[in-house]
Design a protein around this ligand. Sequence first.
Ligand code: PRX
Length: 542
Amino acid sequence: MAKDLIQDNQYNIGHICTRQQCEAGNADKVAMRWVSSHLERIDYTFSDLDAESNRFANALKTLGLGSGDVFFTFLPKMPEQFFAFLGALKHQVICGTLFSNFGEDALLDRLGDAGAKCVITKKSFLKKISRIRTQLPALRHIIVVDGEDDPANGIIGYQSLMAAASPEFTAELTSADTPSVLHYTSGSTGKPKGVLHRHNSVLSQNKTAREILQLDPDDIFWCTADQGWVTGTSYGIIGPWSIGVTQLHFGGGYDAAIWFDLLEQERVTIWYSAPTALRMLMREEPEIFTGRKLESLRHIFSVGEPLNPEVILWSRRTLNHDIYDTWFQTETGAIMISNRPGLAILPGSMGKPVDGIEAAIIADDGTPVADGEQGNLCVKPGWPSMFTTYLNNDEVYQQKFRNGYYYTGDTAYRDSDGYFWFMGRSDDVINTAGHLVSPFEVESALLEIPEIAESGVIGVPDELLFEKVVAFVHLHAQYTWSQELELKVRLYVSNKASSIATPQEIFVVDSIPKNKSGKIMRRVLKARYMGTDAGDISTLDI
Ligand code: PRX
């Protein structure tokens, strides 16, 4: 454990990332260099971060939230998101984060399942929540960062709330097991599941930030991930700030020239991004990268999808840097397997388990497979950031632990040198641009469209996104396919699920293959799309 990370048994993540940093002499050090999408810059010191998160903790207390209640952020990347996240944790309120692209069904599933009492959002997102509000009886307060108080509708303006709140707050002693962060993750069947973490997770996030990402207090770290995803919380908030590292946060989206201006001008030393973004950079004109003064940059890391060897080779050639792939999941809370400086990179491999983690390839019957053979990627339970349950679904949580291992749902093999190689998922979950999309959620949204009688959704290989979402739909007899209908379908899925889940291709078919118990045979759809053999289809109904 990092010396002095846990002091006097205080595991509170909000406290460790702010107050404790101030007490360690970092009060005036920049914690966050905020760069807005218009490239305005604001620096927040650890003392600012402490005061703002204290105010937010006090505000939640005034609103009647307490230990174990659930609060969500539903915001784009913006400073208030960080204050709210840390403030909620300080007050031992469980903090969930919602991706700002989520549509109303996606919001309803998550806010409803968690029984959220409060959510913070911005005016332009408010109507998505307003439309589902009557179905969310537990939701008492909506804080609007750029809004005014509207008590009749349970809406509270952030500015007035924070102005009335004291910047002094002392986090109560928080145990290792106190619930902390909640992220919903998509499976191939059923609704998204709430992955619950505990304050103890900071041990893993701090350790991997130091030992894998190589962060030390003098670094300027940039993690491009949105806070709606586990990378954005574990490594865009907790790991780095628990070390007292300055983080760059940029409110704009992908823009190669701006990104490289930022890397250069802000003297970023460690950069953590994702394969889709790196592949997009690879497609840019080479001039964008020539003459760049990147001497501050020490290392580049990647996560979320397989990192193709070509990207590493491109980076070596163009940026004069290796890219270190890292593997983890919402459920694992921190990096489990990775490449890292000091370990030779085998391009295409995820690297080796991090110190203290025992990963293995296990057959379905629980026996380890020989090196070189594909099987289930498993991790021996017991690391601090291991999730503690799927909220309201402990049965499925328990099913993930078998034969003394946690089954990750990925398939992989280990070579004779101990390197792990990702092969795919053992379920139908789609990984598009690093975001897991449930085919079930997209199929459900499609079925809500009156013209659609049946639907089947799959992920197919894509050069840029790793996988893209492809839908097969069967229309009710009285309807015909048209451009207008296609547009309507796309918009509907985007508004209901999210823009990430919107099918890139839609095929109209006479029927959707199902097995005798009515389960959609996505394997058959995929084989049809790929022009390959579907294998054994003896249980197929049609
Ligand atoms: O399938 C693996 C893939 O992303 C899944 C986890 O997704 P999520 O819970 O959303 O967390 C993403 C951010 C950590 C994994 O089960 N995945 C993650 N990293 C890699 C990867 N696949 C291949 N290579 C990786 N480095």
